[in-house]
Design a protein around this ligand. Structure first.
Ligand SMILES: Cc1cc2nc3c(=O)[nH]c(=O)nc-3n(C[C@H](O)[C@H](O)[C@H](O)COP(=O)(O)OP(=O)(O)OC[C@H]3O[C@@H](n4cnc5c(N)ncnc54)[C@H](O)[C@@H]3O)c2cc1C
Length: 428
């Protein structure tokens, strides 16, 4: 996907910041968090093109969207996460729910559904997870049975239960993964279809402004045109195809929320006087609670941008890179938020200061869209394959490049990186 030019992207980011400043003061966010309330009106406004039209980013121009590139979407995700990760999740769920159509839909399906999502500002949900199928989606129990009329498949009857679905209780449209006779497949389910019932809004540890609900599907009839791609058995491949890209968005959530917590700590450290001076003057404080997090988050940002630029340049897949970006940004963001509470001392432990909420919110980024342990497995598997394909040269070639860089630019860290890469190559 092509990227927006920097002026257009800047305008989108500025509008988002200005909207949040005007409509989402921290007091309101804190009250909604305590009340466990999904801010339906806010999300509606954010989807409205006259206000922000944030859902249009994921939709190509020919279907009424604005064709945001991966880099653009990551920047918006980072900005959303700095406002509130629950609200960010309400937007992300629509991005994610739209993806199976974007990736696997036929031309006709894209025409119909993407145009509808864009024009009617539909809220979408992505329903893959089940009680016994989280990390291990192949365990999926939801079934889609053929409905045959005049000797032809006319549609499907879907029966099963989905778990932890973002926007589950509030979406207009759902992309649902179900086991068809030909294998796992995505189906488009509309909220008003008979037999479809969302469950109650979950009472969660964090992202309490995001609606999360289980879904019950009892013999829900969908016409054959709602089978995404009109071919059974492609569901897991279609889900896999976008992981490099969707995990980058969650990485941007970790980056945004982590930096928001860190900046709160930095501001506090400049004002809080202890032992005769501000905390920001004390190395025991800054070099433990601030500096390491700033370095780790900026390294994660560099990797997110590197991967986004490769995807925008037309490369496909990049699941391992997506996993590296998600793992480093979310784990480091989570640690930064944890230390931001420490940096504010007793005040950080109260609900009056946003760091307490950010810490609760950010934990989900290490869980949804693939847990950190699944990211570790993905990285190990991907890099092991590269190691075998290159006959052991994968890390050694990178080390050679670092050595070359070191010979022209001395103090950039390339020498140490080269040594580390050689060690990694030797270990593997
Ligand atoms: C707030 C929220 C919103 C969500 N939104 C959505 C959504 O919109 N759509 C959707 O489809 N899903 C959604 N999910 C589901 C989410 O993606 C899953 O919870 C996640 O993938 C983990 O699955 P699980 O909860 O079944 O945990 P499990 O898979 O049971 O994992 C439990 C633990 O075991 C570890 N583990 C599992 N397998 C392995 C392994 N092979 N090796 C090592 N460790 C392993 C995991 O890392 C984890 O620590 C959401 C979840 C939450 C909590």
């Amino acid at each position: 996907m092509p990227s927006m030019d920097s002026i257009s992207r800047g305008l989108v980011l500025d509008s988002l910041k200005e909207y949040a400043k005007r409509r989402l003061p921290y007091d309101l966010i804190r009250d909604l968090d305590q009340a466990n309330e999904f801010p339906a009106e806010i999300l509606k406004e954010m989807y409205d093109p006259a206000v922000l039209g944030v859902h249009l980013l994921m939709i190509p121009e020919e279907y009424g969207g604005v064709s945001g590139g991966t880099y653009d979407i990551c920047r918006v995700c980072e900005a959303l996460a700095r406002i509130d990760l629950g609200i960010a999740t309400g937007v992300f769920a629509t991005f994610l729910g739209t993806d199976p159509v974007n990736v696997g839909g036929t031309q006709e399906q894209k025409n119909k559904w993407l145009n509808k999502i864009a024009k009617e500002n539909l809220m979408v949900a992505y329903a893959a997870t089940e009680a016994d199928a989280g990390s291990d989606l192949i365990n999926l129990r939801t079934r889609a049975e053929h409905v045959v009329k005049n000797g032809k498949i006319a549609g499907y009857r879907i029966t099963g239960n989905k778990q932890w679905i973002s926007n589950g209780g509030v979406a207009d449209l759902y992309t649902v993964l179900a086991m068809a006779p030909g294998g796992p497949s995505w189906f488009i389910v509309e909220r008003n279809m008979e037999g479809f019932a969302p469950n109650k809004h979950e009472d969660k540890h964090g992202i309490r402004l995001s609606n999360t609900a289980a879904l019950a599907l009892d013999n829900v009839y969908v016409p054959v045109e709602n089978l995404i791609g009109l071919e059974e058995g492609k569901g897991l491949l279609q889900a896999q195809a976008v992981f490099g890209y969707t995990r980058l968005m969650v990485a941007a959530f970790g980056l945004g929320a982590g930096w928001e917590a860190l900046e709160q700590a930095i501001r506090y450290s400049q004002q809080r006087i202890q032992a005769g001076g501000p905390l920001s003057d004390k190395q025991g404080y800054t070099h433990k609670l601030i500096v390491p997090h700033a370095a780790r988050l900026e390294a994660a940002r560099a990797y997110i941008e590197y991967t986004a630029n490769r995807l925008d340049g037309g490369e496909h897949g990049l699941q391992t890179e997506g996993a590296i970006a998600k793992y480093s940004a979310t784990e480091n963001g989570n640690k930064a938020a944890e230390d931001a509470i420490q940096a504010l001392g007793g005040y950080g432990y109260t609900r009056d200061f946003p760091v307490e909420k950010i810490k609760r919110d950010i934990k989900i980024t290490c869980i949804y869209e693939g847990t950190s342990e699944i990211m570790e497995m993905t990285m190990y598997r991907g890099r092991w394959q590269e190691h075998l394909k290159s006959r052991g040269r994968y890390y050694l070639d990178m080390a050679d490049e670092m050595d070359k860089l070191h010979s022209s630019v001395h103090d950039c860290g390339a020498y140490a990186a080269g040594l580390a890469l050689r060690a990694l190559g030797a270990v593997i």
